[in-house]
Design a protein around this ligand. Structure first.
Ligand code: HEC
Length: 153
């Protein structure tokens, strides 16, 4: 009996340790990017958010229809790959791919039709990894604010 309890405790501790370790990297973008815990949409008592500030909240908000927040897959403040590419300095990146659109149009296309252009990467990004239903989830105003936020990175 005592042996069973000892094993149970050992397994329990190991899984707690494992959980702690594996959740650490994912915690980083949220910890560094969430400016406040203000519920979204902003409550009547707080200042309504607009533009890039509202875009930042959208970026960090879990969208149940997509299954993720943008921040689940993208570091906003780095070039490093998370699941998708880091989104820092998008103008420089877009120029390096030789896109023939304005940055706003490229970002809009990247969000609503992610497979229209697959970002070069090693190993290559597969098609269909980024959710393809953002045009249904976000209004035009949401997209404008998200793009405004991405352009500040
Ligand atoms: C499940 C992971 C995932 C989620 C969630 C996700 N993306 Fe992506 N995203 C990717 C992958 C993978 C790529 C690269 C492949 C491609 O080009 O489609 C990408 C590419 C991009 C690009 C192009 C980046 C570049 O270097 O040109 C932008 C911009 C972008 N995503 C923005 C967003 C925004 C904004 C959201 C939230 C509305 C979002 N993504 C949600 C995985 C994701």
């Amino acid at each position: 009996m005592l042996r069973l309890i000892a094993i149970a405790l050992y397994v329990g501790c190991a899984s707690v340790l494992l959980t702690a370790c594996s959740s650490t990297p994912q915690a980083v973008p949220f910890a560094t990017q969430r400016p406040t815990q203000t519920p979204f949409p902003a409550t009547a008592t707080s200042e309504p958010l607009w533009g890039a500030a509202r875009g930042q909240v959208l970026f960090n908000t879990m969208q149940p229809e997509a299954g993720f927040a943008c921040a689940t897959c993208h570091y906003p403040n780095s070039d490093r790959r998370l699941i998708g590419p880091g989104l820092k300095d998008m103008l420089k990146k877009a120029v390096s791919y030789g896109i023939g659109q304005t940055l706003q149009d490229y970002l809009h296309e990247s969000i609503v039709t992610p497979d229209a252009f697959i970002v070069p990467g090693e190993p290559p990004y597969p098609t269909g990894l980024m959710p393809e239903n953002y045009a249904d989830i976000f209004s035009d105003a949401d997209l404008k604010d998200l793009i405004a936020y991405l352009m500040t990175l």
